[in-house]
Design a binder for this molecule. Sequence first.
Ligand SMILES: *[C@@H]1O[C@H](CO)[C@@H](O)[C@H](O)[C@H]1NC(C)=O
Ligand SMILES: *[C@@H]1O[C@H](CO)[C@@H](O)[C@H](O)[C@H]1NC(C)=O
Length: 183
Amino acid sequence: MNPDAMRSARVVQIILFLTLCLGLQAKVYKRCELTRELLKNNFSRTFLSNWVCLIEQESERNTSAIVVKSSRRKYYGLFQIGSEWCKEGKKGGKCDITCEALLDEDIKDDGVCAVKVFEQEGFKYWAKWEARCKGQLLPDIEKCPDWVHPPSMVSPPRDKRTARGKRSIRRFSRRSIFLSQPY
Ligand SMILES: *[C@@H]1O[C@H](CO)[C@@H](O)[C@H](O)[C@H]1NC(C)=O
Ligand SMILES: *[C@@H]1O[C@H](CO)[C@@H](O)[C@H](O)[C@H]1NC(C)=O
């Protein structure tokens, strides 16, 4: 390749990368999509409707939701995790994570941190769970396709499988991240 071609290939690469970053910035899930993502991230089925309720109340399923109470108290992302659990700009806090990582579309790290919060504080950590979910009618997620047919942990989304693609739906592992009581 000549230098010019290499340079333009590089520019294309950078543009693709930036597009990807922007694409990863915010996502507002639909209820069943969220259910799918939580199942994929090994959330316990037992409390799944509690988690969905909590997320709907806290962030309206918006991965980039941020609430600033004061300069020292901020709440980040889908689960509205407080600033003591993360650190802005570099890894830190009780989840050893950057706060920015709680705002992107990748919710795997958010889920791990939320479960940690739950294990230490219970659902009562989340005021809106306490006010609007506890003991109340929870979101009906049992109609979601992924509740009925749990997603495989590694394969692409159901609708992206090709017709002649392997039909090997890997067996869903019932192992959950946690088994403790909700509150
Ligand atoms: C969920 O659990 C399965 C089986 O234990 C494991 O292979 C997978 O990596 C876990 N996924 C996440 C996102 O933690
Ligand atoms: C999601 O939250 C971000 C940050 O608060 C906000 O800018 C964006 O408009 C929200 N998206 C929706 C669809 O509510």
